[in-house]
Write a protein that binds this ligand. Structure first.
Ligand code: PEP
Ligand code: MN
Length: 263
């Protein structure tokens, strides 16, 4: 079902006013995790003014260490939904457990399945049964076939609103957090009709590399970007080193809008 042989025309996933896969790049941005209501509302309004289309923010955080910040849970979902409503932006958040599906569907506009759950097949089947857009991140060291078959699990249950997200894979390099796989962007667009967004924040793990790699991903055919942004990255509760400052994103958004006009 995910294959381009089965369906030649691109799938377009609609979220609010945004059509992902329709041509103009969709930009999803926000902090790694929801931390504080006032900060998120302020940031969301600023992102909206820049031209960002969708607000991100994790409420259930799958952290490597059990002693790291785990997210605000249900309070985080409520804060994210409020910030999105105030700013006029749809919101995306990660679902880590089937027990949270009803509350995530209540507060979010897109369900994110994170890398660590790409092959959580019961979770995939459950999100396949809801009428809700799903963003499926590539697993930490998943092959393209494994990733596309994970998406197949969702489509096979009836949900066709799937967006794929390349977020880098684990390699031998340690300078970067992951190795962003530019080949995967071009290959997935060739193999599948599903829209694809690139996440150079997790793909590089380093703020100074995020925007150059974002541009490369768009050049390779990505339908959009997922970018972590934080007003004060030094004090972020997760992923500060890879979070853009709002002013850095603002400059990039201006460039992007200029480029879109010229096309
Ligand atoms: C995230 O988007 O914050 C996240 C945890 O991403 P990934 O699943 O790609 O590691
Ligand atoms: Mn993160």
């Amino acid at each position: 079902l995910v294959s381009r042989e089965n369906k030649r025309e691109n799938t377009v996933v609609r979220v609010g006013d945004c059509r992902i896969g329709a041509g103009a790049p969709a930009v999803i941005a926000g902090p790694c995790a929801v931390e504080d209501e006032e900060m998120l509302v302020k940031l969301a309004c600023r992102l909206k003014r820049m031209g960002v289309h969708i607000l991100r923010g994790g409420a259930y955080k799958p952290r490597t260490s059990p002693y790291s910040f785990q997210g605000l849970g249900k309070d985080g979902l409520r804060i994210l939904a409020d910030a999105g409503r105030v700013a006029g932006l749809p919101v995306i958040t990660e679902l880590t457990d089937v027990r949270h599906l009803p509350e995530v569907c209540r507060y979010a506009d897109i369900i994110q399945i994170g890398s660590r759950n790409m092959q959580n097949f019961e979770l995939l089947k459950e999100v396949g049964r809801v009428n809700f857009p799903v963003l499926l991140k590539r697993g930490l060291s998943a092959t393209l076939e494994e990733w596309l078959l994970a998406a197949e699990y969702i489509l096979a249950e009836g949900n066709r609103e799937v967006i794929l997200c390349e977020r880098g894979i684990r390699g031998f390099e340690t300078y970067t957090r992951n190795t962003f796989d530019i080949n995967a962007v071009a290959a997935v667009k060739y193999l599948s009709h599903l829209p694809l967004v690139a996440d150079p924040s997790h793909g590089t793990g380093r703020r100074e590399l995020v925007l150059p790699v974002a541009r490369a991903a768009l050049a390779a055919g990505a339908d959009g970007l997922m970018l972590e942004v934080h007003p004060n990255p030094e004090n972020a509760l997760s992923d500060g080193p890879q979070s853009l400052r709002p002013e850095e994103l603002a400059v990039f958004m201006q460039d992007l809008q200029g480029a879109a006009c010229r096309c």
